[in-house]
Design a protein. Structure first.
Length: 338
């Protein structure tokens, strides 16, 4: 299989005709495409668990995208949404570890959901967690959802926004899945400004007329005037000033611990975080299981639960669907803004 982005293709072992999705989902409630995620993880079972709670059925029409056998193993039954079978002809891999087949199945679901959204057949996409190692085993030339979605949707402005909608906590990542040792070199004025502008637009979409943003520092005590690092003076302060020239109401750079305290106490509407754990440690400590990931800047809404594949508990009936419910509710909210 080719590993180039232009030639990467998914092939199906079957070619049965499909019913019309518009005929199958004729009502005015938005169609949400749920992707299975890695089938060896907790994605399928948390989606089924979320749909069993019943609160989503009055708000949306769920469309489960992925191999039929994967959804059946997770407990799907008629009445829990329609299934768009990706028809790769692969059996669900064993629970608990990434595999090539798991990577193929999870990517096929994402790719199909993007096509559905692009054709207007789904108003939003809720993605189950993937294993990056599985995508690599399957020679998928994108390392994660955000990177693939940027290319597929032709939107270089798409950024990962993490939050807890019920508590009004929101943050944007300047860098995503970057080793910590490489974060300082990955920071630039343009990247920080782009992330801040994405967060500002996202908060406006959620109803904030004049969002107040706070930029986190990189070093302890935000550099302590250069004694503990100079990234603040060399990159972050110029970035903050540049963002203000675009009309953003942004302060900082502030020590990350103080920034999270201020955000939790409603002193600002969103944080600009510089790396993965700077965002997620504070957010998960404050929000628990209701963390969601929203890829803002796409032509359609894409949301996912804020947890990973949960290989260690997959298939054991221990997975909590709360984050999936929160992600779906946000997807409904965003789809209604169209």
């Amino acid at each position: 299989m080719s590993t180039t982005r232009r030639s990467w293709r998914l092939t199906s072992s079957r070619s049965r005709p499909r019913p019309s999705l518009r005929e199958a989902c004729p009502c005015s409630k938005p169609v949400l495409a749920f992707t299975c995620g890695d089938p060896a993880g907790i994605g399928p079972e948390t989606i089924i668990g979320a749909l069993r709670r019943g609160e989503l059925s009055s708000l949306c029409r769920p469309l489960l995208v992925g191999e039929l056998a994967v959804w059946k193993r997770a407990g799907w039954r008629p009445g829990l949404g329609l299934i768009w079978d990706t028809r790769l002809g692969l059996k669900p891999p064993p629970y608990g570890r990434p595999t090539r087949d798991g990577g193929l199945l999870s990517f096929a679901a994402v790719a199909q959901s993007v096509r559905l959204a692009g054709r207007g057949l789904a108003r939003a996409v809720v993605t189950g967690p993937i294993a990056k190692e599985g995508w690599a085993m399957a020679a998928v030339p994108w390392k994660d959802h955000t990177e693939y979605l940027r290319g597929a949707a032709g939107s270089c402005r798409a950024e990962m926004i993490l939050g807890c909608p019920s508590r009004g906590l929101w943050c944007v990542l300047v860098t995503r899945h970057v080793p910590l040792a490489r974060v300082p070199g990955a920071l630039s004025v343009s990247r920080v400004v782009a992330a801040a502008r994405t967060l500002e637009r996202a908060l406006r979409r959620l109803g904030r007329r004049r969002p107040k943003l706070l930029l986190c520092g990189l070093n302890p005590h935000a550099g302590e005037g250069g004694m503990l690092g100079r990234e603040e003076s060399r990159v972050l302060v110029p970035a903050m000033r540049a963002a203000r020239r675009f009309g953003l109401d942004i302060a900082g750079p502030a020590p990350a611990d103080a920034a999270w305290r201020r955000h939790i106490e409603s002193g600002c509407h969103g944080l600009v975080c510089l790396y993965h754990d700077q965002a997620l440690i504070g957010l998960k400590a404050a929000a628990g299981l209701e963390v969601v990931n929203w890829t803002a800047g796409l032509p359609f809404a894409r949301v996912s639960p804020g947890h990973g594949t949960g290989f260690d508990i997959a298939g054991k009936g221990k997975a909590d669907p709360s984050a999936t419910v929160a992600a779906a509710l946000l997807a409904v909210r965003l789809s209604n803004f169209r």
